[in-house]
Design a protein around this ligand. Structure first.
Ligand code: NAD
Length: 430
């Protein structure tokens, strides 16, 4: 089906297809989780109980939003209305760390709003794309509405970024690639680009926080998915009066959650391998750098003798100029730093070129509000970390990118506005 026909496809039928796809993904959750475990090293249980349900929720949310309404406006002598219209042929280029979920963040709103979509899967984890393609067919999407394109970034991804008939690209991946996509769009047809890039997110623990709760979330937030999470809370800031107690409690928690390394398909495994050897070596390089620059190892710091497994690693005694505090590592490496005042920690948290998200731990609602307002990020979570909901927008500011996945805001990312004006009065004849 051509994009012109799909945009006129009845919204109720588009909704039905998205809901059907959600049902099929849920039906085949075991297969999809197995594929993600084998292909990307994601724990089977994380894929099945976290990523896949989130993808299903997102499909169901956007299935209720296929009827994209505009606004009705008064103008002198008549009226006007706006329509939200699809771009036509769009592309999604995605990362490997939660491949199905990230793909659905783009597929659901793109298709709901009447676009046709080419999905470029990551060469590091492409297999889920084959399964998704089967489910898309089974759900009954007309041919040509959703295309899955496996391929190398430098070849298939670049071709999409440069293609003059692609009107919009939604990208999730690294800052470097995001920049090259933006350049390609500028040099070709000025396609609309949205970028979901990396992060170096702060988790801030104030002295009135519930310590057990803060330890739970900061530990999870710095180790989840082997640290291969864009929103990883990799910079933990703790107020000085509770610092020693927090660090002790963090160590105790780490002893309780001590990983069982191994096959991500096994229910006994709590920590799988890093995605590939290149990323594994990059993480180890950062750990080495952290030691050389004077960071003190509180936890971890080593790789296992066999396989490509890296210990959950935490540095203390770091300064803000150290590489491990500044750069995105995309592995299970975090820092814990002491702070004294609210102003100081806000300024440290904001002293990053990234701005994806932040977590704030406090029982003081006024402080939570004040600090949330002051943080230069796309999402703030208070007394928790990393919660994803289909109805809440997700995305960054600064060099974490622009545009939003999920939430009603995503509808605007996948549509453009047309204004139609009617004059009701006849022109005055002289
Ligand atoms: P990457 O940039 O290497 O690859 C992402 C995608 O871009 C892949 O599909 C790849 O094939 C493609 N690509 C590579 N070169 C290209 C080019 N020249 N033109 C077009 N496409 C190209 O990133 P990655 O290693 O897959 O993912 C890790 C990064 O993604 C991290 O920085 C992480 O923070 C970020 N990320 C962000 C989010 C978010 O929602 N903000 C979510 C997950 C990951």
């Amino acid at each position: 089906m051509r994009s012109r026909e799909w945009r006129s496809f009845p919204p109720q039928l588009r909704a039905g297809l998205l809901s059907r796809l959600a049902d099929l993904i849920l039906r085949d959750a075991d297969d999809l989780a197995t594929i993600e475990a084998i292909d990307a090293g994601i724990l089977f249980r994380d894929s099945k109980t976290l990523h896949i349900p989130q993808a299903v929720e997102t499909l169901r949310f956007f299935a209720t939003l296929t009827d994209t309404a505009g606004r009705s406006l008064d103008i002198p002598g008549g009226f006007a209305y706006t329509r939200r219209e699809p771009f036509g042929v769009c592309a999604a280029i995605v990362a490997w760390n939660a491949p199905l979920m990230i793909t659905i963040w783009k597929l659901a709103p793109a298709i709901a709003t009447g676009n046709v979509l080419i999905i470029k899967t990551s060469e590091l984890a492409p297999l889920y794309g084959q399964k998704l393609a089967q489910l898309v067919l089974e759900a009954g999407f007309p041919p040509g509405v959703i295309a899955i394109l496996p391929g190398l970034g430098q070849v298939a991804g670049k071709a999409l970024a440069e293609h003059s008939l692609v009107r919009k690209i939604s990208f999730t991946g690294s800052r470097l690639t995001g920049r090259s996509i933006l350049k390609a769009a500028a040099a070709t047809n000025l396609k609309k680009v949205t970028l979901e890039l990396g992060g170096k997110s702060p988790s801030i623990v104030f002295d009135d926080a519930d310590i057990d709760n803060a330890v739970f979330w900061t530990e999870l937030g710095s180790t989840a998915n082997n640290g291969q999470v864009c929103a990883l809370g990799s910079r933990i800031y703790v107020q000085d009066s509770i610092y020693d107690g927090f660090v002790k409690a963090f160590q105790q928690r780490a002893a309780v959650t001590k990983p069982t390394y191994g096959d991500p398909l096994s229910s006994k495994t709590t920590k799988g391998p890093i995605i590939n050897r290149t990323q594994y070596e990059k993480i180890l390089h950062y750990i080495k750098k952290g030691k050389e620059e004077g960071g003190k190892l509180l936890l971890g710091g080593s790789a296992l003798d066999s396989g490509i497994f890296v210990e959950n690693t935490v540095f203390t005694d770091v300064t803000e100029d150290m590489t491990v505090v500044r750069e995105e590592i995309f592995g299970p490496v975090a820092t814990i730093t002491k702070f004294s005042s609210e102003d100081e920690v806000v300024s440290k948290a904001n002293a990053s070129e990234y701005g994806l998200n932040a977590a704030v731990f406090t029982k003081d609602i006024s402080r939570a509000r004040r600090v949330s307002d002051a943080l230069e990020v796309g999402t703030v979570t208070v007394n928790c970390w990393g919660i994803l909901n289909a109805n809440t927008p997700f995305g960054g500011v600064k060099q974490s990118g622009f545009g939003r996945d999920m939430g009603l805001e995503a509808l605007n990312e996948w549509t453009t506005v047309k204004t139609v004006k009617h004059l009701l009065l006849n022109p005055v004849k002289i």
